[in-house]
Design a protein around this ligand. Structure first.
Ligand SMILES: O=P(O)(O)OC[C@@]1(O)O[C@H](CO)[C@@H](O)[C@@H]1O
Length: 306
């Protein structure tokens, strides 16, 4: 089983508007509601790829109920979310049909009490005993210590479970120092972590800080992978238009899938690019267009980086 952790789960709302303008009132032409938060999206994509996956983290209130109801019945996915008193947040993606751009509004999430955090830590350690890999994804809700991911990484490593970290800011900085197997920052997150705006230098610097492998996501320019086995650049054949929300989560799903099935790095990166692009073509995060995914697998370019 692959374990995904989403401490700040979300009820994801996607609104389509004809053209988004500040200070204006908008008619929403379509509303999509889905269980979300980065690790939940990773879990839904892994399940769709045929993996057994368990999602954990926190869920509470009516929004938490809606997240759990939305996950129920997803074949291959087990809900191990820990109930909390506060309400799960909502995150809103506004898709502008005219420009094709998406604007994201993310609520902070519920206050997590010390006893709820302690319950989660016990559940996490139990779940790791059956896990082939674990992904720690997204922002931290209020009340969870900023060094939370560093502690979760140390626990996973002590039990021999490979760990992927996908977060930003101080939780990423502290997490990297705990030596995760893989991190997947975007260009801004990597620059904030390392102080370097040169992706190649920045990935090397992140490795020196403790990450074994760094997969930098460079948006439409693809992925740059710096691993102990070598460096690769993977690029899609062209720009894909649609809703990019969740594209990074699908890349994480592909990387985990490749890890547990022992694919060589160039193949893992090929799947990560194809799956992210196929997610841009789907209406919401945590989903992908299968025809796009399969069609792109032949067309992704992977070259060794200098
Ligand atoms: O606030 P976070 O935890 O960083 O990100 C949350 C979030 O925006 O990320 C996903 C897309 O990657 C959305 O489904 C989700 O709501």
């Amino acid at each position: 089983m692959i374990l995904t952790v989403t401490l700040n789960t979300a009820l994801d709302l996607t609104y389509r508007v004809r053209s988004l303008r500040p200070h204006a009132s908008h008619r929403v032409s379509e509303v999509i509601e889905r269980p979300g938060g980065k690790g939940v999206n990773v879990g839904r994509v892994l399940a769709a790829l045929g993996h057994e996956v368990t999602v954990t983290g926190f869920a509470g209130g009516g929004t938490g109920r809606a997240v759990r109801d939305g996950l129920a019945g997803t074949g291959g996915l087990t809900d191990a979310l820990v109930p909390v008193a506060g309400a799960t947040r909502r995150t809103i993606a506004v898709v502008d049909e005219h420009s094709g751009d998406t604007t994201q509004l993310n609520e902070p999430g519920p206050q997590i009490a010390p006893a709820e955090w302690a319950t989660f830590l016990d559940r996490y350690t139990e779940l790791l005993s059956g896990a082939s890999a674990v992904a720690l994804c997204g922002s931290l809700p209020p009340g969870v210590p900023v060094g939370a991911y560093a502690g979760l990484i140390r626990t996973a490593r002590s039990l021999g479970v490979p760990v992927l970290l996908d977060t930003s800011g101080e939780p990423l900085r502290r997490g990297v120092a705990a030596r995760p197997d893989i991190i997947k920052p975007n260009a801004d997150e990597l620059a904030e972590l390392t102080g370097s705006h040169d992706p190649l230098r920045a990935t090397e610097s992140a490795r020196r800080r403790g990450a074994h492998t760094v997969i930098a996501s460079l948006g439409p320019n693809g992925l740059l992978a710096t691993t102990p086995e070598g460096r690769w650049r993977a690029t899609p054949p062209g720009r894909v238009h649609g809703n990019p929300t969740g594209a990074g989560d699908s890349a994480v799903a592909a990387l985990l899938s490749g890890l547990v099935t022992h694919l060589p790095w160039p193949m893992r990166l090929t799947h990560a690019i194809a799956l992210s692009a196929a997610t841009v073509r789907a209406p919401a995060a945590g989903e992908f267009d299968r025809a796009t995914y399969e069609g792109l697998l032949e067309r992704v370019s992977v070259t060794t980086a200098p």
